[in-house]
Design a protein. Sequence first.
Length: 260
Amino acid sequence: MKTVEIKGIEFDIHLDNGQKIAQSLGSVLHGVIMSYISTEYATFLHTTQIPPYHQYVYYDKERNTSVWRITALSEESIQKLIAPLWDVSSTIELIQKNGSLIIDDRRVVLETDYASIAQSFLGDTKQYKKVDITFVTPTSFKVNQAYEIFPNIERIMRSFLKKWNAFSTSDVYDDEELFQALCDNIYVADYRMRLQKFYLEQTKIPGFQGNYILICKRNMILSNLAAMLCYYGSLCGCGIKVAVGMGALDIELEEVKRVL
């Protein structure tokens, strides 16, 4: 039986005072997480530069409910963060909202490991040609002490790769020439983006949100590596502040059609 190295859970949630749940609630829920884990691990998470988890709030239109999703990216974060959080009370007082968070349902949505992800993308005969990225929550990068509010292939892919290399127990990809070749093998085919601010306490962080479509060129290895990293990005988040609710994304992948 394989060891679970990445685990995602979801809570269906609402506020008992009838307030609408905004994506910025993720910053409040970050405080909830810190209160349910050990002081030692909370201190570690506050000091690490690459958080081993991603959490955010989104609205599920099909089920007409707000959802809190948390994904742990390492065995340690599964044990020290997901395990205690799974047993959280169904009613959590939120002083900032003058009410309580109610958990209506909870479920495990993902259990996998790094080798399995790598094998599914790089060890098969499939070739991916299109990556359709939807940035679900505001996404931003910080460069030279300033926020960069436009999507950029290199910054997006480096964000994914940095986290993969930090936590993967499988292969790592730390060669700069490979990274540049990876980015050169991708181009932007279409985008529908908008400026969207994320409210963090008294701060408004500018970011982008919307749809971003990438096309992979003919190099099969680089195309599949890009697809793998984008899939991983949907687990680990993109850019800054992924621990408080920013940088969440969904992806759809399209394969090259084989001629029989």
